[in-house]
Ligand binder design. Sequence first.
Ligand code: JFZ
Length: 431
Amino acid sequence: KWLSILLLCNMLCSCGKTQQPANPDMEWWREARFGMFVHWGLYSVAAGEWKGKQIDGIGEWIQNFAKIPNSEYEKLASGFTMANYRPEEWVKLAKNAGARYIIFTTKHHEGFCLYLSSVSDFDVERTPYKGDPLKELVEACRKHGIKVGLYYSHRQDWHEEEAAVMEKEYDGHYGKPKSEVRPDADKYINEKALPQIKELLTRYGKIDLLWYDTPMDLTEEQSRAFVNAVRELQPECIVNGRVGYDLGDYGMLGDNEMPCAKVSQDLEMVATMNRTWGYKKNDHDWKKPKDILCSLIECASRGVNYVVNVGPKADGTIPQPSVDIMNFIGEWMKTNAESIYGTTANPFNDNFPWGFVTRKNNTLYLHLLRQPAGNSIELKGMLSPIEKAEMLSSGEEVSFSCENICKLTLPDSLDYERVPVLKLTCKEPVH
Ligand code: JFZ
């Protein structure tokens, strides 16, 4: 008997949140589980095309892929009208979908600032827009209770390293730069990047997340300087893992990398809705709304945050398929969000053919992506019997019997296109 109590305690302690190191600043992020990325910049004006030619690859990389010199690339600024920019509509789109935070590109690899910078004149002042789009977005987020994340490319800045970018072999994406003509990182860090981080963290009120990207050849000391800047200026602001050397507050999954079992680390997955982050007018390869919803659920079932991207056009409108996807998720979240927010990973050792599982204390949420064989579900290894089984969105009760194995018989009329969630309440924490 004592042995089984000991084993039970051991299992309780090794699961879900209890493994995370205590960090109160991470609490909102762990609770959120879902965010929205916004990639917006001069590449949104080019929209995947240069001099009438379609340029392959992700849209925000167009300057690099098409080898566009600064003098020509800069001209895109006059087309960056933001004429229909309604930041509050963006925030509402995110909020209605159930996203709890927004990550906004304040400066991507192209080097162009989506805010008024005193450090660089390659900023929104060169556009027809009168105002500071970042300030307006932050204010809208605050008004609607959405957490603010700022993307900042802290090593790659093609505007500062034109000669390197124009070189054919420049490969900045994953590897270290090959070019000899890349400028000294320290100069860029001290004279541009850190001063701009200071602007971002002192001019816009409370920032919740600083999202760095592609550390490349930075030394550990240099990466640490970017973490320290945040700690110093806004100690409660969290930092993502791509700052380099695992110095961030949470880690990162690569493209299409999904762990097949629960993870004990704080991780985030970022994903596109088509094949690009920045807007490309000829990318019509949209994922299905249900598939995006499934990714959100799958991430939650692994204990991972999911951040889905939108790439607005130069005038500030978000492509309709992205709006449709966000609204589809929102429709589902209206009645099912409690199976996502604040949950931890699937506590079972099994993966199930019918879908994914999340858990919150004594409650299990079974996300039914497809009809199970025999219209019934068997759960092995429950530590306490089920007390109540119901469909989350309708409250309809579901019949079950528990001996060694719990067996649930599903209602006949479930619409699996809308991913019904079966909610199981148990006596004690499961697993
Ligand atoms: C980076 C950027 O280069 C890209 O333009 C976009 O902003 C994306 C969100 O982030 O691209 C990466 C960086 C790292 C990985 C994948 C894409 N990775 O580690 O798998």
